[in-house]
Write a protein that binds this ligand. Structure first.
Ligand code: ATP
Ligand code: MG
Length: 183
């Protein structure tokens, strides 16, 4: 599984549809302060099911929708589409039927979020599990926010253990155990 394209529409500062091609090897994003580099990483985390507004540097989940600028009105929805190259057929069970996976999340004002995989509506949990089982996801240590390294250095041992567990790809198992205990 390999992320191959990220498309942002009305997401934070990316008001017009914008494609970020993620080719093999290293992709660098450079630009002046405030041009939207961190917003790109937030879009990646968001489409994988991030539900904490704080992780999105906002007060509420709808703050990811383009809020308007002097010359442009605000938008009513934000959408992020992540294209995944699954030609190695390593996607978790239930998502492994196609060479390409299109995961889309859209949030509409006063309506909330809807997720789709290959055009079919799915639950937030399905998307979160898809990425947790693939040893990535919105909480993955593969995504390092600005300031996160110093947070990790100062973290309690238990939170540090979570980082190792995510690296070992067992995050999805913990979520399933938690849900089983609630039943
Ligand atoms: P730095 O180099 O300082 O880290 P950056 O390239 O990471 O900067 P971001 O933090 O990604 O920049 O982008 C911040 C910009 O996104 C700001 O100009 C902010 O106004 C804009 N922005 C954030 N949320 C929204 C929104 N909902 N609507 C419109 N613009 C937004
Ligand atoms: Mg930044």
């Amino acid at each position: 599984m390999r992320f191959s394209k990220l498309r942002l529409t009305g997401f934070k500062s990316f008001v017009d549809p914008t494609d970020l091609l993620i080719q093999e090897g290293l992709t660098g994003v450079v630009g002046p302060n405030g041009c939207g580099k961190s917003n790109l990483l937030e879009a990646l985390r968001w489409v994988m099911g991030e539900n904490r507004p704080t992780a999105m540097r906002g007060g509420g989940m709808e703050d990811v929708i383009f809020a308007g600028a002097a010359s442009r009105p605000a938008r009513n929805y934000a959408e992020v589409a992540l294209q995944i190259d699954n030609s190695d057929r390593l996607a978790p069970a239930g998502f492994n039927e196609t060479d390409t996976l299109d995961v889309t999340r859209r949030i509409t004002r006063d309506v909330g979020s809807a997720y789709r995989v290959n055009g079919k509506e799915v639950r937030a949990r399905d998307v979160q599990m898809l990425f947790a089982d693939a040893a990535t996801g919105s909480h993955s240590p593969a995504l390092v926010r600005q300031g996160q390294i110093s947070e990790l250095i100062n973290a309690k041992p238990k939170s540090r253990r979570r980082v190792l567990e995510d690296a070992a790809g067992i995050g999805g198992l913990y979520q399933r155990r938690h849900e089983a205990e609630l039943k």
